[in-house]
Design a protein around this ligand. Structure first.
Ligand SMILES: [Zn+2]
Length: 265
């Protein structure tokens, strides 16, 4: 499983793209998780073919995770995508996403490829991918996701503070990405994660590597400083490419990542 970090930033980040990752398996099946406003341009910069992404999974529909959908569908329409697209979202969040699809093609009403809408459930399969989801604690329902494919497991939190359920989902993953807005501890009823809680998660869940992301810009210098002394945790960042089948978890790699260098794990 290959992971391409499209963006790692918080909602209004001035330095990073909005948070999103792309996942590619051994058979070149390809998912995009979340699609905030700056995500489409990154996809175009990567020269990803209009037919390559088969699935978009929305953890939730705050605009920093969803509003890029209109621009992306518009580009796929303009460059004549032909392959069907599957969109996984929460049932009650489908209608606003449908409005973005409508906007993408307006004033026409026809999209030149099929879109299959699928409700997110607690557990399901897609091709040979095993998928489980669970809620984090957020202003709206947010579905963290655990994907196991080709013998490797990825966890991606979307947005929000870890819950017991999302923590169970994270357990033993080869790599986990956890939203971590703040360097300092936030109240227990907060909608966002923080570094002290992520340190606890790293121990409790025994993930092999924990990438924190969606951090407030102003927290990043303190986070980078602290991460230099936390083994197995790193600050995720735009453009990071990971190959879970050849994951280098050496201390040297983490040290490079911790100080903001190195493009690969
Ligand atoms: Zn959110």
């Amino acid at each position: 499983m290959k992971i391409d970090v499209i963006g790692s930033g918080s909602a209004f980040s001035k330095r990073n793209n909005t948070s999103s990752i792309r996942i590619i398996d051994c058979q070149k099946n390809q998912w995009l998780i979340d699609c905030g406003p700056t995500v489409p341009r990154v996809i175009w910069q990567r020269n990803i073919d209009v037919n390559d992404i088969q699935v978009i999974y929305f953890t939730h529909i705050h605009p920093d995770h969803s509003s890029g959908l209109a621009a992306l569908i518009n580009q796929w329409k303009s460059f004549k995508r032909t392959e069907p697209l599957t969109i996984f979202c929460q049932a009650e969040q489908q209608q606003p996403l449908q409005a973005l699809v409508d906007l993408a093609v307006w004033p026409e009403t026809h999209v030149c490829f099929d879109i299959h809408w699928q409700d997110i459930t607690d557990g399901f399969e897609w091709k040979h991918w095993q998928i489980r989801t669970a809620n984090t604690q957020h202003e709206m329902s947010n579905k963290a996701i655990r994907i196991t494919v080709d013998g490797k497991t990825l966890f991606y939190s979307g947005d929000g503070r870890p819950t017991l359920a999302s923590q169970v989902l994270m357990k033993g993953a080869d790599i986990a990405f956890q939203e971590c807005a703040s360097f300092a501890a936030l109240p227990d009823d907060s909608s966002h994660g923080d570094l002290p809680d992520c340190e606890r998660l790293l121990v409790d869940t025994e993930v092999k590597a924990l990438g924190i992301y969606h951090c407030f810009d102003e927290a990043i210098p303190s986070l980078l400083n602290a991460l230099a002394d936390i083994p197995d945790m790193f600050l995720s960042r735009d453009g990071l490419q990971l190959d879970l089948d050849n994951l280098d978890l050496s201390e040297k790699t983490f040290n490079l990542l911790s100080i903001g260098q190195g493009d690969k794990l």
